[in-house]
Design a protein around this ligand. Sequence first.
Ligand code: ADP
Length: 435
Amino acid sequence: MGITYSRTDNARHQIRGVTVKILVLNCGSSSVKFQVIEVSSGDNQEKEDTVFARGVIERVGEDDAIVNYKPSGKEKIKSVEPIKDHKAAIKKVIALLLDEKVGVLSSMDEIEAVGHRMVHGGEEFASSVLIDDNVLDRMKECTDLAPLHNPANLKGYEASKEVLPDVHQVGVFDTAFHQTMPPSSYLYAIPLEYYRKYKIRRFGFHGTSHRYVFYRYCKLTGKDPARTSAISCHLGNGASIAAIKDGKSMDTSMGFTPLEGLVMGTRSGDLDPAIHQFVINKEGSDIDEFTRILNKESGMLGLSGKSNDMREIIEASRDGDEVCRMALEVYCYRLKKYIGAYLAALNGTDVVIFTGGAGENSDLVRENSAGSLDSLGIELDRDKNLEMNGKEGKISRDSSKVEVYVIPTDEELVIARDTHECVNKSSGDAATFMS
Ligand code: ADP
């Protein structure tokens, strides 16, 4: 097959059988992270996807916003300058990408589409979607469910649409992958009317990461995703674990919000719901304050009183700090319990996958959460586990019934590929991702 071009209404090129570049945007309330990724399709499926440039603008809205930019193969650039809003931030990104010296594009026409990371798609979005006015209205309806994140994501979209009006824009949702969860996983045992009236249910997050490592495992091992089960542990600052059966998410530890589940950097994870009332009464504080504490001052930071950074806690624990050692034990024990629960939920699994900063880099976390599960068919190879920090590969013994893998995640790549697929699918909704 040769290269074929077809013109869309707005005169942008859709290119099949070649590589195309996607601008990936992850807009927070005061930050814009970006990457330009070349994805392969058609005849070029086997070519590796390439990152051309990446960067982040922090303190958007301030006179001293910080711009960090790294073009591939060139030096990192940092500047401090006024960036008054998301639109100004995106204009800055474009100026950098087109810059004569440090740019990676000769024209924005090289960008096939912009892919936006969206936190919450509610029950509206079970896959990535090409954004039009109707989709935008549906996206706005989900704002209620993620008041901290979705407005920022939408601001990013609106700014990007204004600055690049002729470029397709695609939304990729953290929640979408988990929309296959059955009611037994997603319903809370509270009066059902709260689900009916307010959609109070478990949604799950980190979907792009769980999806990426699952498909990557299938690719590495030649397994058919439709017949493969996995327990995927994403251990970043936020952390969640997912039970995946035949390629579909069956359960995950984050719930209505990203506060539920595993112990995280600053978030508590699972908690007796009666603690709220008790603490508020004792401290004379209010629900907003305690919710803030559960999000920002709990988890490893709250337990250790020292840091939310797992590296510092491990180091302190090695130096004999008993409180840090105990915090680590709580973290790993919670994770181990979830692995056990999901082994039961799936009736066994092909693989346990570790990803995210701590999952990819800490042999100690992996050892303490999955190192003594031999009776459940998980036999960790201690030497391989030590060797695999920061790498990709198997860390279980060949005799292990369940494989254990370390797979560095790549959420931006998922966004880029989904974006390309959505643009090239006539219907709009798309993206089963990765063959
Ligand atoms: P985010 O969730 O913000 O994307 P990451 O996935 O990069 O972040 O994960 C950040 C977490 O990973 C931090 O808690 C950090 O301490 C932890 N981490 C990174 N490297 C190591 C390491 N070598 N050992 C233990 N933890 C690590």
